[in-house]
Design a protein around this ligand. Structure first.
Ligand code: ASP
Ligand code: MG
Length: 425
């Protein structure tokens, strides 16, 4: 029996009862003969509460102190979990990210892991302990300051430790039974996926699916660590995310033509109105945006009106960056040359993802037909080899997701999608 890394999210350890329930599960894995490393998130909504608190004392807290504050959330849960395990008669030791050897760059609030040196974890395991590690945090290589990996970063901690310790699997325990063909909070008939390839999972994560973070899947693919996403509230088999299909009753699970439908209402649309239709204009606009360190998603340029020689360019970006983008463009108005700016944060994005798209030409037409039948108007379109995305009115998103999900035969026969916990905050 090999080494397993298990990660428990905030909703799984929301209160003392949750911590005791999770402790039992961990002890089960240990009794089955595994070496067990556990990565834990902050309890329930702790991280959001700490952020609220910081904003009450300072409108712009320093990155260093902000990280110091937020990492406290995971330290609470790691210590309580170690205590609960000891109470069940097993030995456990908790470690901060820094103690566990999670080394990052020094970009506060969204640090990247650059190395993992889990010497102390190895020693703890060799001495028969269960090792509990605080997720979402590390220590910067140069300044030795405490850093955080960005919201939801505990998943990345888990995969990074699994890679460094050569674990046989990284189990991500959450409040749903796995990865579904759509968000089970929106589509009651969403179906649990048994196996999904890294590529499809990456596209779903990039398109707004929240069950796994993009960065965590990227890391798992790079080191080829299979992820098993499952619920800490049920004993059900979850979703395997890996490079090669898992076996089910001697046969490999077939790759689905369509993996799922993702949606995202966290973006806004900026339209630059009245741009001269000549070379260099798009370059000037998007240089301005990238100098402000803003990542954009989709772009469309309209056909210019022959009479004016002017065109409009629209793009989408995270709502949180909206203000910054508008300010940067306004400041550069003379240099770029445009009439006005329009900002719209009432948009939503729906994406259909599946490797089968490459070889099935009808998929695009069926997707647009499903949206049309649901009376949903399309504002922007973008595609990759295995994804089609559209932007619509935010109010239409849930309806659109359900329509597309049904049209592609993804609806399950039963209401199998259960959401066990979490406030969705
Ligand atoms: N507690 C952190 C957050 O809420 C990290 C995590 O849950 O993965 O973002
Ligand atoms: Mg969390």
């Amino acid at each position: 029996m090999g080494l397993v890394v298990q990660k428990y999210g905030g909703s799984s350890v929301a209160d003392a009862e949750g911590i005791k329930r999770v402790a039992k599960r961990i002890v089960e894995a240990k009794k089955n003969g595994h070496q067990v490393v556990v990565v834990v998130s902050a309890m329930g909504d702790t991280t959001d509460e700490l952020i609220d608190l910081a904003e009450q004392v300072s409108p712009m807290p320093s990155g260093r102190e902000f990280d110091m504050l937020l990492t406290a959330g995971e330290r609470i849960s790691m210590a309580l979990l170690a205590m609960a395990i000891k109470n069940l008669g097993h030995s456990a030791q908790s470690f901060t990210g820094s103690q566990a050897g999670v080394i990052t760059d020094s970009v506060h609030n969204k640090a990247r892991i650059i190395d993992v040196t889990p010497g102390r974890i190895r020693t703890a395991l060799d001495e028969g302990n269960i090792a509990i590690v605080a997720g979402f945090q590390g220590v910067s290589q140069d300044k030795k300051d405490i850093t955080t990996l960005g919201r939801g970063g505990s998943d990345t901690t888990a995969v990074a430790l699994a890679a460094a310790l050569d674990a046989e699997v990284c189990e991500i325990y959450t409040d749903v039974d796995g990865v579904f063909t759509a968000d089970p909070r929106v589509v009651k008939k969403a179906r649990k996926i048994d196996w999904i390839a890294f590529e499809d999972m990456l596209e779903l994560a990039a398109s707004g699916s929240k069950v796994l973070l993009h960065r965590c899947v990227e890391y798992a693919r790079r080191y080829n660590i299979p992820i098993h996403v499952r619920s800490s509230f049920s004993g059900h088999e979850g979703t395997w995310v890996s490079s090669a299909p898992i076996e089910q009753g001697d046969k490999p699970v077939e790759q689905a033509i369509i993996s799922g439908v993702a949606h995202d209402t966290s973006e806004a649309k900026v339209t630059v109105v009245g741009v001269p239709d000549k070379p260099g204009e798009a370059a000037a606009i998007f240089r301005t945006i990238s100098d402000a360190e803003i990542n954009i998603d989709m772009i469309v340029q309209n056909v210019s009106a022959a009479s004016t020689g002017l065109t409009d360019i629209s793009f989408t970006l995270p709502k949180a960056e909206g203000r910054k983008a508008i300010d940067a463009l306004e400041k550069n108005r003379a240099g770029i040359g445009f009439d006005s700016l329009r900002y719209d944060d009432q948009i939503g994005k729906i994406s259909l993802v599946g490797a089968g798209m490459k070889t099935n030409p009808g998929v695009t037409a069926d997707f647009f037909k499903a949206l049309a039948d649901a009376g949903v108007n399309i504002e922007l379109i973008s595609t990759s080899e295995i994804r089609i995305s559209v932007v619509t009115r935010a109010d239409d998103v849930n309806e659109a997701v359900r329509a597309v999900h049904s049209a592609f035969g993804l609806d399950s026969d039963s209401d199998e999608a259960v959401v066990y916990g979490g406030t969705g905050r």
